[in-house]
Design a protein around this ligand. Sequence first.
Ligand code: AHM
Ligand code: MG
Length: 309
Amino acid sequence: MNIKKHVKRGLWSHLMKSGIEMGLASIIYEVGVASKYVNHAMRTGDLGLAGTSNLYGEDQLALDVVADEIIKDRLDHTGRVSRIISEEQSEIIIFERKNRKGGYSVCYDPLDGSSLVDVNLSVGTIVAIYAGDDPLQNGRKQVGAMYVLYGPRTTLVYGAGNGVHEFTLNNLGEYVLTQEYIQIREQGNIFSPGGIRRDYLPEHEKIVTKFEADGYKLRYSGGFVPDINQILLKGGGLFMYPATTTAKQGKLRLPFELNPMAYLVELAGGAATDGQKPILDLDCNDLDQRSPVYIGSRKEVALAAQFFN
Ligand code: AHM
Ligand code: MG
């Protein structure tokens, strides 16, 4: 038996074959390692809520806090990260060590959609990577982005300049290549409209009405990672989280959620806009910066943007 034939391609070997710079490759790989512990915590942890006590009278930590700590430690461990920002932290965190200079900055949402864990729906980790010491850069400057989807299967999707690739966690704890160079078609047939219809602005109301009239199928889970993953892997469709009468900048955050997903979707041939400008061209000045978003196939994104121009 040829054993080599039966060994599928793992994440590290893929990163090395792609010729990605070592520091960047180790960040992507270490987030993958961290995600196994997040996955384990989520699937085996006490079903307690933050602020309550466990069996031993100790305070429970919310899963998103646990996930934040795990990922932070693994990023520190790479020795290649100088600054991080996390959706769970209110400030930029500096990893103090001389050799960190000239490394990378990482923005991440450790467990997006964490409230969905309680009702057993899919959630994810989202990560954006920049060269240098500034984590609040324009999204176009990303050198890599990735997400991990904790669903019926745990999958990792990364892109670093050359294609978007999917890996699946196997029973041996390895991320094994499932698909390379994932492509989004110019047009799809599903749409995911976030927000509450009562609070829609007139332009957005017209967009949703148009997609309904055109026969698009509704596919909205309430989790950004599974919703984007569906569009990416089905090869088309549109996700939107609009500005509303109650949230003028929408809900989703630019540094942790929108920039990394826009990077991956563009790399796969899709597009992402706030209605006026590509998401990746928006200036990012604040950890809590939000933006409306229309993201997915090029045709649907362009059609949505027409209603604002
Ligand atoms: P979170 O970062 O607080 O988890 O919120 C982000 C989530 C996304 O996963 C999802 O697209 C959106 O919030 C759904 O929000 P809502 O249920 O308020 O419409
Ligand atoms: Mg989030």
